[in-house]
Design a protein around this ligand. Structure first.
Ligand code: AGP
Length: 580
């Protein structure tokens, strides 16, 4: 998703670019910066990586106001004309979000000759037109809130007011960081940490008027508001690779410590503490997107098997539009690493509007979803930079297991939890390059499993395809013979997750049906028997899903390395999908 940064203070160009680079992980295809120098607004924008923007950039350290943007194309292709910032008349701005009524608004802006395909340029024209009428930016932004439909986080500079920057948000994330000499606004925490750890969270329609020594925040009725101060509790090294080749590899290596930190936080003297009690519910609906949905399925497995509560899992983009049959004994759990995913946020609003109890399992502190839900449990996985989630997914699975253990504190499982970090470390140390080289030769791969192994297969398949660009799909092993087995031939590779002792013999039978038709099979399994062409052997364990995810993640990583893909920032992807 797009990222915006705005900065007022010393060395504005350098500080804005540093912030922008710390938003790269959100995914983008072009970037740009605007700054005020010698009383003029200078704009530079380029397609591709931020490094293209930095070539021949004028790092004049006397500049003290700048705004910048990374664009993930929604309206109009990735080219310089559509890249932000957009300048119309006196207004220059950058935007994260989607304006749903921009074509309608354009009809009333015929006195402007717009040159891009973007909704953002329409916003700039609208603000310029209103400013020419009212000459008061705060009043203009208040009026804009009644005209724009959709989502937006805007950072704005005005030719007439060269010592100020303005901002406003609705549904797209925006925070404001400050210290005694500068103010920085950005889409996410990583973009401000090189300047300050102190920040305010902004609500919808908050209007910011920022000068070098003053930050005023107003509501949409232009009443001045005072915000609660927040201090980010980790050091700014959190957003460095710490010597690893990729953020994804660093974050996989962090998993054992994160697992342990979560146990330390939520298990005291073998008692589950500070975890929401789900025992009173008859029905749980878990709603999420992507990998968070796959974590939800692991949650279903544990909640149904340990707490005996009926649990259903839904993709948020489907859930939003389906028929809902609720009773007041329903709990809706939303899971989101970023806490900003639009579909998940809208699904949560449906549950809130139905007056249901809601629980958010979120990684980003005080993110929109965390603030919207009636209850929240943080995953404490620290900042996750790689677009392909690993440690946050694992943390989500662990929190869901703890929810189940809160209801049924199975001693054997609670004891075994403490062994998992060291076991994870063992499998992180193993070498998966050979198996990855086999996989890298195929264009079509199926991940198979049954029940919890199928839920793991879904995540393994998504990890592989999103960073290596190899077509892959996960399938319930028992379902294959109902059609899809027609695809099995020697051009296909199957990766079978075979760890659930209660059901693995059935999966092994399916594997034999597959090998009989020429497809090669890699088994990720705790079973020593010979039933596949290749095997990644993992030790049996009552909590084996938490072990299995390590080889699955590292295999995907090694394949993507062989394919020379952009592992931390895969093409077309965004870390936080704040649009629908
Ligand atoms: C996972 O590797 C993907 N990047 C993606 O599926 C992600 O899990 C999904 O977009 C949900 O994001 P969220 O957890 O921030 O809501």
């Amino acid at each position: 998703m797009c990222g915006i940064v705005g900065y007022i203070g010393n060395n504005a160009i350098k500080n804005t670019i540093t912030g922008l680079k710390n938003l790269e992980y959100r995914g983008y295809d072009s970037s740009g910066i605007a700054y005020i120098k010698n009383n003029k607004v200078i704009i530079k924008k380029e397609v591709g990586r931020i490094d293209n923007l930095l070539t021949n950039l004028d790092y004049d350290n006397s500049v003290n106001i700048a705004i910048a943007h990374t664009r993930w194309a929604t309206h109009g292709e990735a080219n310089k004309t559509n890249a932000h910032p957009h300048k119309v008349g006196k207004i220059t701005l950058v935007h994260n979000g989607i304006i749903e009524n921009y074509e309608k608004l354009k009809e009333d802006l015929t006195d402007y000759s717009l040159i891009s395909d973007t909704d953002t340029e329409v916003i700039a024209a609208l603000i310029d037109k209103l400013y020419n009428k009212y000459s008061d930016m705060k009043l203009v932004l208040s009026k804009v809130t009644n005209l724009l439909k959709g989502s937006y986080a805007l950072a704005i500079i005005n030719d007439d007011i060269k010592d100020k920057m303005f901002a406003i948000r609705k549904d797209s994330p925006l925070i404001v960081g400050y210290d005694n000499k500068s103010t920085i606004i950005a889409s996410d925490i990583p973009a401000i940490l090189h300047v300050t750890k102190k920040y305010y969270l902004l609500n919808n329609y908050d209007i910011l008027e920022i000068s070098s020594n003053k930050l005023n925040i107003y509501d949409k009725d232009l009443n001045k508001i005072v915000k609660e101060e927040n201090t980010y509790d980790a050091d700014s090294t959190t957003i460095s690779k710490d010597g690893y080749e990729h953020y994804m590899l660093k974050e996989i290596n962090e998993e054992p410590d994160i697992f342990k930190n979560i146990l330390d936080k939520y298990i005291i003297n073998d008692k589950i503490v500070d975890i929401y009690d789900i025992s009173k519910y008859e029905n749980i609906e878990i709603v999420a997107c992507g990998s968070a949905t796959h974590a939800g399925l692991i949650g279903k497995y544990y909640i149904e098997n340990l707490a005996s509560i009926k649990t259903s899992v839904y993709y948020a983009s489907e859930y939003r539009y389906q028929k809902h049959i609720y009773n007041q004994k329903t709990l809706v759990i939303v899971i989101s690493q970023s806490g900003e995913t639009a579909d998940t946020k809208e699904a949560l609003k449906i549950a809130n509007e139905a007056n249901l109890d809601t629980l958010a399992i979120v990684n980003v502190y005080k993110s929109s979803i965390a603030r919207l839900a009636k209850n929240v449990i943080y995953t404490h996985a620290k900042i996750e930079v790689a677009v392909a989630t690993t440690k946050a997914y694992m943390a989500q699975c662990l929190i869901l297991l703890l929810l189940a253990l809160k209801v049924n504190p199975d001693k054997t499982i609670i004891n075994e939890l403490h062994n998992i970090p060291n076991i994870m470390k063992k499998y992180i140390k193993k070498d998966y390059k050979e198996i990855a080289s086999v996989i890298s030769n195929y264009d079509h791969i199926f991940y198979l499993g049954r029940l919890v192994d199928y839920y793991l297969a879904l995540e393994g398949s998504l990890k592989l395809k999103e960073i290596s660009y190899i077509h892959s799909e996960a399938y319930p092993a028992g379902e294959l013979k109902h059609g899809t087995i027609s695809l099995m031939d020697n051009n296909v590779l199957v990766i079978a997750i075979v760890t659930d002792n209660k059901i693995k013999d059935k999966t092994i039978s399916n594997i034999k049906e597959i090998t009989a038709r020429g497809a090669k099979v890699i088994a990720i399994t705790n079973d020593n028997r010979e039933f596949s062409d290749y095997k990644v052997l993992i030790e049996d364990n009552i909590l084996i899903p938490f072990i299995t995810i390590i080889p699955m993640q590292l295999i995907a990583y090694e394949v993507a390395k062989i394919k020379k893909c952009d592992i931390d920032k895969p093409r077309n992807l965004a870390k936080s999908v704040t649009v629908e």
